[in-house]
Design a protein around this ligand. Structure first.
Ligand SMILES: NC(=O)c1ccc[n+]([C@@H]2O[C@H](COP(=O)([O-])OP(=O)(O)OC[C@H]3O[C@@H](n4cnc5c(N)ncnc54)[C@H](OP(=O)(O)O)[C@@H]3O)[C@@H](O)[C@H]2O)c1
Length: 270
């Protein structure tokens, strides 16, 4: 169990996923968590759901926490740091989950040498199946990394990589769940066009994605290997994949990820 008091500045989708992971795993008690937001309805909802403390005052909340999690949108980071920068102390640990915002940029707002860790989690954290990559800031030591690893382990897998790779991670796993949801959306539409009953189709799509994910995890085999195994010559899978290949689906998808990485780079304030 963590001993520190954790403050979430911004309590939207990702903030909630992390709070949920911390509370449900028992890593932090509800009395140890404070969440702030500019949306009162979010605070009312989170207080009711998790029994945590809530506040509309970022400065006050920062003074009460030992670990400060920056969980607002990247475009809101500058405003938030302008508000709290002078109040953050070197004894605290700051964790930023904001996509594309470099550690150097955040550190400039603090008056002291504050330990900072930039992380890229993803929303399956909400169901304990998140993946998170961490990167340390300038004043971070092993002890800080250990605390951050502990927090994000409560909601899934954790790895550490150099900061120059974080935007690629953002494109891959940060945005990744949405690509799979998009695939589910496409499969739903195809099922409808093929006159499958909606309720059954929904189960088929969900369980196909879940089952394929489990096979990747349990067998340890690559996507390419598993795909080749289920593709018999002249069969139905081959008919579909040949069509996708002819339409350059793979190239288009890879380009889409490069677009996501570029967008993460653009989010870095000048
Ligand atoms: N969602 C993901 O899949 C995902 C994955 C990895 C990383 N992230 C990162 O996580 C961060 C949060 O994303 P999210 O999807 O959780 O966004 P979100 O749902 O919009 O949550 C952010 C919340 O913070 C509020 N807020 C804005 N300014 C604030 C301030 N100064 N003080 C306190 N609260 C403030 C927002 O209110 P308003 O809505 O009124 O602005 C909103 O309720 C982002 O930086 C994103 O890059 C997200």
């Amino acid at each position: 169990m963590l001993k520190q008091k954790i403050v979430f500045l911004g309590a939207g989708n990702m903030g909630e996923a992390l709070i949920s992971g911390l509370v449900n795993s028992g890593l932090a008690g509800k009395g140890q968590i404070i969440a702030t937001d500019i949306r009162t309805e979010r605070l009312v909802y989170l207080k009711k759901k998790f029994g945590i403390q809530v506040s509309e005052n970022n400065k006050k909340a920062v003074q009460q926490g030992e670990i400060i999690v920056l969980a607002v949108k990247p475009q809101q980071i500058k405003g938030l740091l302008g508000e709290i920068g002078d109040w953050v102390r070197k004894e605290q640990l700051v964790i930023s989950i904001a996509a594309g915002i470099p550690t150097k940029y955040i550190e400039k707002f603090f008056q002291q040498r504050v330990p900072l860790i930039r992380v890229m989690p993803n929303t399956p954290a909400l169901v304990g199946e998140g993946v998170t990559v961490l990167t340390p800031g300038k004043y971070t030591n092993e002890k800080h990394l250990k605390i951050a690893k502990k927090i994000f382990s409560a909601v899934g897998y954790v790895s550490v990589l150099p900061e120059k790779l974080l935007n690629a991670v953002t494109a891959l796993s940060g945005s990744g769940p949405a690509y799979i949801f998009y695939l589910a959306e496409i499969l739903d539409e195809a099922a409808k066009k093929m006159n499958l009953p909606e309720e059954t189709a929904c189960e088929l799509v969900t369980r196909t994605i879940l089952g394929a994910g489990k096979m990747l995890k349990i067998t340890g085999e690559s996507g390419r290997m598993l795909r080749q195994k289920v593709t018999s010559p002249g069969g139905t899978t081959e008919a579909a994949t040949k069509y996708l290949q002819a339409k350059k689906f793979k190239e288009i998808f890879i380009q889409a990820l490069f677009k996501a990485r570029k967008r993460a780079q653009e989010l870095a304030p000048k």
